[in-house]
Design a protein around this ligand. Structure first.
Ligand code: FES
Ligand SMILES: [Fe+2]
Length: 375
């Protein structure tokens, strides 16, 4: 008897694998992965909301990543802000609690309100962390910096080769940053990013107006970076954002969207050739069934903030909701399967054309977690 068709397609892994991914991925990242922190913008400081215990400081000591923890009372030195954007750096870094001040590289300069000298203390500087600046953005490297660097360099080389023309952040400004908590597990959320098949129906009134969903191609780098291109559709010019785009005098986009998924799960999305969104997801450390996505929106220098806000309101917010709904149901079903004792039974399958790279991503992730997947 011929095997059932599903057995020829790779399954989507077991419910316990999704759970293990959420519970263990970040530790691997801390070990030898890397974290995007923000733009290498001169005279700015930032404590990104996804990593507030780090401070990205671009000042008179170049690009520095410091532990964002005051040596006095352990408060954040750089306060994270609600808008999550880089803040102007004027003078020394100063902790707002008792005014201890630090050099741009994290050395304690003055003890502020405390009548003692830095020289009286055993620890006089905040720890710093190795980073890599690339095309105007900064990544912090994991503890095993050699391995982390190797990994990141391989990825960046591929990105440069394939998308160098688009990924120059020096010509772009970070106009918006968005925090988006999800009622779904991180792996389901990432696989949904890799799934281009749901765009036409799942985002019929939003993304699909911009994307020619039949014009699709993908490529994989030697490091496992996945790039997916989708064509541009003229109907978008009838939407408020499309009209605004034309007012900006930008040329007709070559692609509606280019989606990049790095092997570590970082996502870079290029929309209508102009906007670049860098996204990272983090599993809720206390509940594998939830995660938070953080998005930094870059646009060509000179783009009005109103354009970015319309992009967010018109496309990004509704698309995000349209994605969260099915993903949260998937997570609920995975969770239920675990409760019912079916946590190690493989589930699902992939659509072979526009989910073509998802099996690869799943395999890469499983390998890094040393988690055996059954065919
Ligand atoms: S906690 Fe920073 S100065 Fe006291
Ligand atoms: Fe989607």
């Amino acid at each position: 008897m011929a095997p059932p068709q599903q057995s020829r397609l790779l399954n989507r892994g077991t419910p316990n694998f999704y759970r293990a991914f959420a519970e263990r991925w970040n530790k691997l990242q801390e070990q030898d992965g890397s974290f995007y922190l923000g733009p290498a913008l001169a005279a700015t400081k930032r404590a990104p909301l996804w990593r507030p215990h780090r401070g990205l400081v671009v000042g008179n000591e170049g690009i520095q990543v410091i532990r964002n923890q005051c040596l006095h009372g352990m408060k954040y030195i750089i306060d994270p802000t609600l808008d999550n954007l880089p803040q102007p750096l004027k003078g020394s870094l100063m902790c707002s609690w008792h005014q201890a001040s630090y050099s741009h590289g994290g050395k304690l300069e003055r003890c502020g309100a405390m009548p003692i000298q830095p020289s009286d203390l055993k620890v006089k500087a905040c720890p710093t962390f190795e980073s890599r600046e690339w095309q105007g953005i900064v990544f912090e490297l994991g503890r095993d910096t050699k391995r982390a660097r190797e990994r990141l360099e391989a990825t960046l080389a591929f990105l440069e080769e394939k998308l160098g023309k688009w990924l120059n952040f020096k010509d772009r400004a970070l106009l918006l940053s968005m925090v988006s908590p999800q009622e779904s597990d991180l792996l389901t959320t990432l696989l949904n990013y890799l799934d281009c098949r749901h765009v036409r129906r799942g985002h019929a009134e939003t993304l699909a107006l911009m994307l020619d969903t039949e014009k699709y191609l993908s490529a994989v780098g030697p490091d496992g970076t996945i790039i997916q291109w989708m064509g541009f559709k003229e109907s978008w010019f009838e939407t408020p954002l499309g009209r605004y785009y034309q007012e900006m005098g930008w040329p007709r986009p070559e692609y509606g969207a280019i989606w990049v998924t790095l092997p570590d799960g970082t996502m870079i999305e290029i929309y209508f050739d102009q906007s670049v969104v860098v996204s990272q997801g983090f599993a809720d450390p206390k509940d594998w069934r939830r995660c938070v996505l953080y998005h930094d929106f870059y646009y060509p220098i000179g783009t009005p903030v109103a354009f970015a806000e319309l992009h967010r309101a018109d496309v990004f917010d509704p698309t995000g909701k349209e994605d969260e709904e099915p993903c949260s149901q998937t997570t609920a079903n995975l969770d239920r399967a675990i409760d019912e004792g079916m946590g190690d039974v493989s589930v699902g399958f992939f659509e072979p054309i526009q989910e073509d790279q998802s099996p690869l991503f799943l395999h890469q992730v499983a390998e890094r977690l040393s988690y055996p997947l059954t065919e």
